[in-house]
Design a protein around this ligand. Structure first.
Ligand code: ATR
Length: 283
């Protein structure tokens, strides 16, 4: 007997973002704007799945003919076990934020690092070469950005984390790429201010306000917050009050990492400037 192959709405390519929770995600809006701008016909939906549901959700999406998924908190590390092939930058980061489904295989990539780098260097015209950089937090967000920051040859990169062992593990993992060290969150040296402080903790998103290291900041310090759940974030409020040269919200990185994923999937690079403007104005 001959049976018919069925696909759901085969005419339109499906994409999405999986996270837990997901309601705060701006990715669906960003990808819709990219699709409109580049005249691509696609659907992009938010998918809320717990860590327990992750594998089934990804496999279902693939089975239904889905073309690609973004992976967000808290799944960026766990999803690696579902991936058949991984890009070098994702392997180095040990975290995946983009899946592409091709010929029955799952390809994993990480566009977070390049997203941050493009925002810092292209959109904000900042050079991190020779800079002293402090990253707060040692989770998946930090993993995604360390390698690319070290490639830009900073003078030093310090990871400060509440659990010192996680910061130390990352410093060891990336030590072959450049001058990296670790310290406890409450033991950041206050003898010299940093040129750039990046908040990669999830404290603000959870409504928590840790005591950020006051000795780390001067009026020459740029502060960059990777989280964007609240506007303004506790970190950005602290940075402004502490007299930072500039307190930057991570909208640019969010849009740039999305543009890199979009380019991987569609082979078209959207113009990010109008999308960053729209997203940050409507934050
Ligand atoms: P993500 O993938 O967004 O990085 P994560 O892997 O859960 O999320 O990591 C969250 C980071 O924020 C961790 O570095 C965490 O510190 P611990 O490793 O000690 O848990 C940090 N973090 C969360 N809440 C914090 C708080 N209130 N103060 C300081 N650091 C906090």
């Amino acid at each position: 007997m001959i049976s018919k192959t069925t696909t759901t709405n085969a005419s339109i390519d499906r994409y999405g973002v999986i996270g837990y929770p997901i309601s705060h995600s701006r990715s669906p809006q960003i990808h819709r704007l990219f699709a409109l701008q580049t005249k691509q016909s696609l659907r992009y939906e938010p998918l809320e799945n717990s860590p327990k549901e992750l594998e089934a959700a990804v496999r279902d999406f693939q089975r239904m003919g889905g073309k690609g998924l973004n992976i967000t908190v808290p799944h960026k590390t766990e999803v690696i076990k579902l991936v058949d092939k991984m890009s070098e930058r994702a392997s180095t980061a040990g975290a995946v934020n983009t899946l592409s489904f091709k010929s029955g295989e799952i390809y994993g990539d990480n566009t977070d690092g390049i997203g941050l780098l493009r925002d810092l260097t292209v959109n904000l015209s900042l050079s991190v070469e020779n800079a002293n950089i402090l990253i707060l937090g040692a989770g998946g967000a930090t993993r995604g950005i360390v390698a690319l920051l070290l490639e830009m040859r900073p003078k030093s990169l310090t990871i400060a984390n509440r659990s010192l062992d996680k910061a130390e593990a990352l410093a060891v993992h990336f030590s072959h790429l450049g001058p990296i060290s670790a310290c406890a969150f409450n033991a950041v040296p206050n003898s010299h201010p940093y040129d750039l402080i990046i908040n990669a903790t999830s404290a603000g998103v959870k409504g928590e306000m840790p005591s950020y290291p006051s000795g780390a900041i001067s009026n020459a310090t740029y502060c960059y917050d990777l989280s964007y759940g609240l506007n303004p974030t506790p970190f950005s409020v602290w940075a402004r009050k502490a007299g930072a040269r500039e307190s930057i919200m991570g909208w640019g990185m969010l849009v740039e990492q999305a543009a890199e994923s979009f380019n991987l999937w569609r082979g078209v690079r959207p113009n990010t400037a109008p999308v960053i403007k729209e997203i940050s104005i409507n934050a």
